[in-house]
Write a protein that binds this ligand. Structure first.
Ligand SMILES: NC(=O)c1ccc[n+]([C@@H]2O[C@H](COP(=O)([O-])OP(=O)(O)OC[C@H]3O[C@@H](n4cnc5c(N)ncnc54)[C@H](OP(=O)(O)O)[C@@H]3O)[C@@H](O)[C@H]2O)c1
Length: 238
């Protein structure tokens, strides 16, 4: 029985943590990362203490290099580190937020992949996480859509350039995770209810929905260069 190893950058919460739960099995070892030691330890405990863990900031190239240098060979990389900048009406959007969003989400995801390349199994996979904001024409998401759109653009290019390594991206819709904690409980409920109403399946997403989509891309050896939208149909209805 061969055992594979998946590293999840941003695996201590939300979609990354649900993906760790989904993938962990007798044939899949998992390592999760995140910045907060506390969050990481809680996630590690929730996974039964059976996964690897490492606390570092993926926006810091030296920390990223140090992590991958110490890790050794592995098979799959899931890039779930988040950013949250760029939301709001275009007329008043602070354009500096677009740069910050790139620094907080796009550069860490790309930087982790670069640092991982020497030790990442070429028969394995990389899964980025973008967002449906890059695929829909809805008011108030020009900034965050532009940021997430970069991942949709680079994935097919990297699938060809890094072959046979498989490179894919999941574009989640509105998912109930701590990503939304910048809103008060009441505001969150209102936003979730609004999106549930707009979403064809009649609800917003759960982290587990997206974890299933990621697990499919990790495990299906014939999938590369693909954008897998996991949004309950929001893309067609927003
Ligand atoms: N939730 C949604 O509705 C939604 C929709 C579309 C796309 N997405 C995308 O899905 C991905 C996962 O988000 P989520 O909803 O699961 O959010 P989340 O629950 O906030 O999880 C984010 C994870 O990334 C880690 N992280 C954040 N910045 C990091 C950094 N600089 N270095 C290392 N780890 C970092 C967090 O831990 P620490 O904070 O401890 O570092 C946490 O483990 C993100 O890329 C997000 O943009 C989410």
């Amino acid at each position: 029985m061969s055992i594979e190893h998946c590293v999840i950058i941003g695996g201590s919460s939300g979609i990354g943590l649900a993906t760790a739960k989904r993938l962990l099995s007798p044939t899949m070892k998992v390592t999760i990362t995140g910045r907060s030691e506390d969050k990481l330890n809680n996630a590690w405990k929730s996974l039964g203490g059976t996964v690897g863990k490492a606390a570092f900031d993926a926006t810091k190239p030296d920390a990223v290099r140090h992590f991958f240098d110490g890790l050794g060979p592995f098979d799959h990389l899931v890039l779930a580190a988040s950013g949250g900048r760029g939301l709001g009406p275009f007329a008043t959007l602070d354009l500096a937020d677009i740069g910050s969003g790139v620094d907080e989400k796009i550069k860490p995801q790309l930087g982790c992949l670069q640092a991982a390349l020497p030790t990442l199994n070429k028969a394995g996979s990389v899964t980025f996480i973008s967002a449906v904001s890059a695929q829909i024409a809805a008011p108030g998401i020009a900034g965050i859509g532009a940021i997430n759109g970069m991942l949709l653009t680079v994935v097919p290019i990297l699938a060809v350039e890094l072959k046979p390594l498989r490179v894919n991206v999941v574009a989640p819709g509105v998912i109930d995770t701590p990503w939304w904690d910048f809103l008060s409980g009441e505001e969150q409920q209102a936003v979730f209810a609004e999106y549930a109403g707009k979403t064809p399946v009649g609800r917003i997403g759960r982290a587990e929905d997206v974890a299933d989509a990621i697990a499919f891309l990790v495990s299906n050896g014939f999938m590369t260069g693909q954008v897998l939208t996991c949004d309950g149909g929001l893309r067609f209805a927003a």
